[in-house]
Design a protein around this ligand. Structure first.
Ligand SMILES: [Zn+2]
Ligand SMILES: [Zn+2]
Length: 347
């Protein structure tokens, strides 16, 4: 989240990942900073408007909005393309460039960059040279929900900077997911990230990203892939990548099964190996139906795998499951590891 000050307006970019003001009092915190600023700058709060806008419409960037809605001297910009086009006067999304003035000295440019999300925008602060890119460019995974839109957006963003001869002092994203070791990220969901990579990226990184996207675009759909750079990982969503060869990885695949509820919800993990056809780690949830087992024993302590179940399905293609072309299968249940001596309980 970024809080930018002018003498007429204050801009909060993104409102956080938590709704509850008790555990995440974002408005209280922001108003505290504003009041201190007012004191230091001999301003009155009522003479300043706080505008809450967003880099994009993902829940972890907009969850705090409710705390700002219907508050005095506060405007919350909507999160849809329509709302933002209206507020920032973008007549031709995504090709228009908007402007937003914090005062006469401090102007921001608003550049639509759909791709990570439909309503993604970047903010360029003309006064400081900061380019705020949300989740579209950051030291971490650059998840791409719409590949062709993203290629176009990053190219336009770079063109906007270069054709206007703008100085970029730093590119600031919205998350840090990389370690200080090049190309190495933290596991997804990590809550402890010692030795994080620096948040700041530079114009060189925008060039790197643009070159990678342009190359993949020219190479065609079948060549599209995840790409590792020192400071970020270009990571198109599975729907944007070519499917795995159908009927590939045909085998009897073993899975570990962990019952999650008495209603048959289970967590299933493929037992991966280094060689094909088992060279894919895949974890998913599923529902057990038509079971001739009375019930699956629920583990009493999920941090220890008691009552380990494994399943051995029939012969089928793991790729078909990965591509979403297979949504059900039948399997035999084993208490313990099916590869060792264990109780076979067909289900
Ligand atoms: Zn996002
Ligand atoms: Zn995010």
């Amino acid at each position: 989240m970024y809080l930018l000050f002018g003498t007429k307006k204050i801009l909060l970019i993104d409102s956080g990942a938590t709704v509850a003001s008790t555990s995440f009092p974002i408005r209280k915190h922001v108003e505290g900073i504003i009041n201190r600023w007012c004191l230091n700058n001999k301003k009155q709060r009522k003479d300043l408007e706080l505008v809450v806008a967003h880099t994009h419409n993902h829940l972890d960037h907009i969850a705090g909005d409710g705390q700002f809605q219907s508050q005095l001297y506060t405007t919350v910009v909507g999160t849809s393309v329509e709302d933002m086009s209206y507020f920032f006067k973008l007549s031709k999304w995504p090709y228009s460039i908007g402007t937003f003035a914090l005062d006469n000295q401090r102007q921001l440019a608003i550049i639509p960059i759909p791709g990570h999300e439909n309503a993604s925008i970047a903010f360029y602060d003309c006064a400081t040279g900061l380019l705020i890119t949300g989740d579209s460019l950051l030291p971490g995974h650059l998840y791409i929900a719409n590949f062709s839109a993203n290629v176009d957006s990053i190219e336009r963003l770079l063109y906007f900077i270069e054709s206007n001869n703008l100085n970029v002092s730093a590119i600031l994203g919205a998350h840090i997911e990389m370690t200080q070791t090049d190309k190495v990220d933290y596991p997804i969901g990590a809550t402890y990230q010692p030795k994080e990579r620096l948040l700041n990226l530079s114009l060189d990184h925008l060039h790197q990203l643009n070159n990678e996207l342009q190359e993949q675009w020219k190479a065609g759909f079948d060549q599209r892939h995840k790409a590792y750079y020192d400071a970020f990982i270009v990571d198109p969503n599975p729907s944007q990548l070519p499917p795995y060869p159908s009927d590939g990885r045909m085998a009897e695949h073993g899975f570990i099964l962990l019952p999650l509820s008495t209603l048959g919800l289970v967590w299933i993990s493929h037992k991966p190996m280094f060689r094909t056809p088992h060279d894919f780690q895949l974890v998913f949830t599923a529902r057990v139906t038509y079971s001739n087992l009375n019930h699956l024993l629920l583990p009493t302590n999920t941090s220890i795998l008691q009552n380990q179940w494994t399943i051995l399905p029939d012969l089928w293609s793991l790729n078909n499951l990965l591509n979403g072309n297979m949504t059900t299968f039948s399997a035999q249940f084993f208490i313990g590891n099916f590869e060792q001596e264990s109780l076979n309980d067909s289900g």
